[in-house]
Write a protein that binds this ligand. Structure first.
Ligand SMILES: [Fe+2]
Length: 311
């Protein structure tokens, strides 16, 4: 039996992320291959698969890492594990970031941090790419934790952050990617703002189960405050730690090419979408790997509607 695949760091200067080269769809049923891939997922956080193509391989690869979620809005029963993330030129949701109009733009976040159960990750696969831009950014929250000064590590122990869903990125309080203004909105974005979502709590630090490494568990998008702390003190602390969490020295910007897929650990990696020109098409498909790290909890009303979102 051969090696099945090669592994290379995405960037020798970064303590996370590897490329997986030479893996074939036929190898995905091999248990030794599956075990090695899962080890890399826990250790490296971000896996870029080169040369593995097609929807079948996308779903089979995703299943190596756990059961898949079916998106509640999905209407195509033959593709129920695949969710399209698509921008077309006629789509109205456009934001202006530092003066530049962008489509398909999202701030730094962990998916579904605004609910109590956070999915374990996802795999993105590009179908149509814009001529330029459209990168996805990733930052490792284990590396970020390790970079914190000891005074902050000590201070964060036992604290919980408060999150609440609000689709409008103009209202983001901490760790903004730039000066943001929403130019045009979709009906879904407007409708989502007419509802009130319950608040949830997540610990600011937790240990990765497989390795015991600590994670700075913060999502700049959707975080409002720190439980039990006065607002001014909480704002100062969140300002400081989101500064560490979005430090560009720890960011990796993935420039997409057709014929590749990217897996990230949503419990550990922040991600964001750099956006593209509004008159371009950007069509990605994603799967979502189910799971729950078991540390989030609801505050107040029962969670109802936010599960239809996927960012
Ligand atoms: Fe996301």
């Amino acid at each position: 039996m051969g090696k099945h695949f090669e592994v290379r760091p995405i960037d020798k200067a970064l303590p996370y992320g590897v490329e997986i080269i030479g893996l074939r769809a036929d190898d995905l049923a091999n248990r030794e291959v599956q075990a090695r891939l899962r080890q890399h997922w826990a250790r490296d956080g971000l896996l870029i698969f080169r040369g593995l193509e097609g929807e079948r391989a996308h779903v089979d690869l995703s299943r190596v890492f756990g059961p898949l979620l079916v998106h509640p809005l999905h209407t195509d029963p033959t593709r129920k594990e695949i969710f399209s993330v698509r921008h077309d030129p006629e789509d109205p949701y456009i934001v202006e970031v530092d003066g530049t109009p962008l489509a398909a733009w999202l701030p730094w976040h962990s998916d579904l941090i605004y609910v109590d159960h956070i999915n374990h990750g996802g795999i993105l696969r590009p179908l149509v790419l814009p001529k330029s831009q459209g990168e996805t950014g990733y930052i490792d929250k284990i590396a970020t934790y390790e970079a914190l000064p000891q005074r902050l590590k000590t201070r964060l122990e036992g604290l919980e952050a408060i999150y609440q869903f609000d689709r409008n990125p103009e209202l983001q309080k901490f760790g903004r990617n730039g000066a943001v203004k929403v130019l045009h909105e979709t009906k879904a974005a407007i409708a989502s703002r007419s509802k009130t979502y319950p608040r949830v709590l997540h610990p600011l630090v937790y240990e990765q189960a497989e390795t015991g490494r600590k994670v700075l568990n913060i999502s700049p998008w959707f975080v409002l405050g720190i439980a039990g702390m006065a607002e001014a003190e909480s704002d100062d602390l969140l300002q400081e730690i989101t500064g560490y969490a979005t430090d560009p020295r720890y960011a990796y910007w993935h420039r997409w090419q057709l014929g590749e897929m990217v897996l990230w650990d949503n419990w550990r990696m922040l991600h964001c979408a750099a956006g593209c020109a509004p008159d371009e098409i950007r069509w990605m498909e994603r799967t979502t790997i189910a799971g729950d790290y078991g540390l989030g909890r609801l505050v107040g009303a029962e969670f109802v509607d936010a599960k239809i979102m996927n960012f």
